[in-house]
Design a protein. Structure first.
Length: 348
């Protein structure tokens, strides 16, 4: 009798476990269907995107991650540079972070499925088709392609979720598409602070922007509670500090100015930044007319204008402001982020 009761108990436990798993599976499917249905519904007042062909070789286009609700949300979309509020054409490529060069190379940081979900960096060709994929150890936050399309860079958070928290850790990589070389972590490079070699366990890099020579780059270095604008040299595998209190640099098309965000005393701890432009030849530092705290790596829309993301009703909107400190910001594109300018003067 004991053996019979034991067998019956085991059978009941097995049946109960099977029922629980089946219930969980049904709930997951229903929730996934609800999310898919919600994604497929456009919301009033939002721009609409239609599926179509998007190419990096189409001139005078603005590409971006589309945040307008509907079936094309999170996909890379394209609009004319001179009519950004016009009809959006969306490619079949979902990205969390994106950038591209008019030379025909793109970089897409996206989620990956599988038994253990995660993220990956995907190098794209001119038709936005995957060329090479790299696993990344954290949450995507920054991506850049050099003007020639040869170099791509990406940054992920390894822990923490905000630059303002002071508790984050990053990994920044640079890949050479011509040689196949990968620098998986800029922390492996030699760091020179004020001309002297600096060794520390808390080096964190983010926000790469490339010069036109496919060797020099600029980025942010955080160490010892300070942030620095650094200039890197891939051939010599060194980075040197240029100035303090500079984050998320973006090099101008002519290579003479850097847009960046600067912590300003007196601003709230959760919104501490103001956009500035540094003239590399004269050292002149110009605060821009945008008064909002910009937690983004601004992009040069042209030689005189910057574009950047600010929080919006459906995630983020793209705004623009003059790079000389005058004028006022203007809304460029609703429900969009991660822009890439495809023009002959495109910047990195």
């Amino acid at each position: 009798m004991t053996a019979d009761r034991t067998g019956t108990t085991r059978l009941l436990i097995l049946l109960l476990a099977t029922a629980v798993l089946a219930t969980v599976a049904v709930v997951s499917v229903v929730r996934a269907a609800d999310r898919a249905d919600e994604r497929s519904r456009a919301r009033p007042g939002e721009p609409q995107a239609r599926p179509g062909t998007v190419s990096l070789l189409q001139p005078d286009r603005l590409l971006f991650r589309n945040l307008a609700w509907g079936p094309e949300r999170d996909r890379i979309a394209s609009v004319p540079l001179d009519a950004p509020a016009g009809a959006r054409t969306a490619a079949g490529q979902d990205c969390l972070r994106f950038h591209a060069s008019a030379a025909g190379t793109g970089i897409c940081l996206r989620r990956k499925g599988g038994v253990v979900p995660g993220h990956e960096a995907v190098v794209l060709d001119a038709r936005l088709r995957p060329v090479r994929t790299f696993p990344v150890p954290g949450t995507p936050t920054r991506a850049r392609v050099s003007p020639s399309g040869r170099l791509v860079a990406w940054t992920v958070f390894v822990s923490g979720d905000s630059y303002a928290s002071g508790t984050f850790s990053t990994r920044t990589a640079i890949h050479d598409t011509a040689t196949g070389t990968l620098v998986p972590n800029l922390e492996a490079l030699t760091v020179l602070v004020d001309g002297r070699r600096h060794r520390a366990t808390d080096h964190n890099f983010w926000g790469v922007t490339f010069a036109a020579d496919d060797n020099r780059f600029y980025a942010t270095l955080a160490t010892g509670g300070r942030t620095y604008l650094v200039e890197g040299d891939l051939r010599s595998r060194t980075v040197r500090t240029l100035r303090e209190n500079a984050e998320c640099p973006s090099l101008s098309p002519d290579g003479t100015r850097i847009a960046y965000k600067k912590r300003v005393p007196g601003l709230p701890a959760d919104a501490p930044w103001r956009l500035h432009v540094l003239d590399l030849r004269t050292g002149t530092d110009t605060p821009l007319a945008e008064r909002a705290s910009v937690d983004d790596q601004a992009l040069w829309y042209d030689a005189h204008t910057l574009v950047y993301a600010l929080p919006g009703d459906f995630g983020a909107d793209l705004w623009s402001v003059r790079a000389d400190g005058v004028g006022r910001p203007r809304l460029l594109l609703k429900s969009a982020t991660s822009p890439a300018v495809l023009a002959t003067s495109s910047a990195s």
